[in-house]
Design a protein around this ligand. Sequence first.
Ligand SMILES: Cc1cc2nc3c(=O)[nH]c(=O)nc-3n(C[C@H](O)[C@H](O)[C@H](O)COP(=O)(O)OP(=O)(O)OC[C@H]3O[C@@H](n4cnc5c(N)ncnc54)[C@H](O)[C@@H]3O)c2cc1C
Length: 446
Amino acid sequence: MSNWNCLNVGVVGGGIGGMSVAIALRRAGHAVTIYEKSDYAGEVGASVSCAANGTRWLHEWGVDVAKGDPVVLKKLINRDWKTGEPVSIYDLDDYEERWGYVYNMFHRQYMHAMLKDSALGEEGEGTPAVLKVNYRCRDINLHTGEITFENEAIAYHDLIIGADGIGSAVRGILGIRPEKKPSDQSCLHANVTTEEAVKAGLVDYSQDSALEYWGGQEGKWDKIVLSPCNGGKLLSYYCFFPREQGDYTTQSWGAESRSTDELLAPYPKLDRQVFGHLGIGKEIQPWRLWVHEPYPYIQRGNVCLLGDAGHPMMPHQSQGACMAIEDAAALGILFSRRYFSGDIRQALAVYEEVRLPRVTRVQSAAARAAYNINERIGFSCNKEIPTYRVEDQKNVLTIEEMNAYDMYKDIEEKLAVKQGQTYMGSFLCGLPVGLELPSGIVIGAA
Ligand SMILES: Cc1cc2nc3c(=O)[nH]c(=O)nc-3n(C[C@H](O)[C@H](O)[C@H](O)COP(=O)(O)OP(=O)(O)OC[C@H]3O[C@@H](n4cnc5c(N)ncnc54)[C@H](O)[C@@H]3O)c2cc1C
């Protein structure tokens, strides 16, 4: 568009979302500086999943996905709590064929390094982003675009993106006061190397290339989630249990590892194979779980929120990172030469209209899946199994909704309305009109 101009963009927070938006915006022709409060020392490893709706943007941005050393998932397996026998399996054999992209499971540090290389590297479209570490944002003047940091530095930007995670400072600066409560569920995370598990004579779960779940049925909080990463060399275990059996709501990652006794205590009846794996677990860390109600808005002035800063969610749909990547993609499109008219306010208003409904839907489905695995994308289609129960069949979140979504179409629809034009496309909120979801809903039907 004729009024496109290069913006000087400040990104507060250099995590998964911050790096992603730096890639998207440098490719769109803007000058990007990322301000990160830490120097990345002392990060703990855990898996992060990136389903097709996240992977597609990595490819569109030319990210070297192999650098993330992912495991490409072939199945989702739900196992019986005591016997370990499969109860519900969702096969991903035709996943890439159907959706065009694979389901990757990354180790968070590898994923972060992969994204950082694309954001800051000389290769790739646009000007490499600049990273400033040990810059903790203290305040932003919403009228002038001035950011002040704890180290007394000051910066000015045309557009500021708050990608500063669940404890976001930018969110408070925008005047959002989260309605939140500690979850009734607690979580400890443990790492197990495949090599040590095999040496100890235990099952080699890496062979399944699957995201595996023990329990999660019958409204119970107990659940073990196993995700393989680093090409299968590392098994990342998320171990959930009722909060009354251990409260970690005020703890954070990075402290000394908890003991395996503490990890195993809530699970006297757990399948002995996975119990054995947990028994050799390392780097045992609590993961704080807080339930946030959706925020009323995610932008004000020339500032917006992205990722966990704008919509923290429970981990049970494995979509936290994907939603941050999608946010980044939306900003990359809205500020591209094709769509940006020079009106930052309009672009951010459309960003909010496109992102809030979608993330809110994933957020609430993630809260339901915390105690009912049948609500989890994938398993939500396995209606034939005897234990299948969901709150509202018409409301379940399905793979179709996540992966058939066309963000360009969603943005075009919302932009047309803002610009007083009639949208003539055959999509509704990014989904093709006429698409029948497994929930029985047909997109666009009266
Ligand atoms: C242990 C763990 C496991 C997870 N597993 C999964 C999973 O399996 N699947 C999945 O999809 N998601 C998972 N997630 C969630 C996922 O990592 C996040 O949803 C996703 O990374 C969101 O990215 P983000 O950039 O919004 O936040 P983050 O990646 O948390 O990044 C925020 C960044 O902002 C920085 N920062 C904070 N405050 C300031 C400030 N004031 N000034 C400057 N910088 C600041 C932080 O240091 C950090 O680098 C997991 C999260 C954790 C913690």
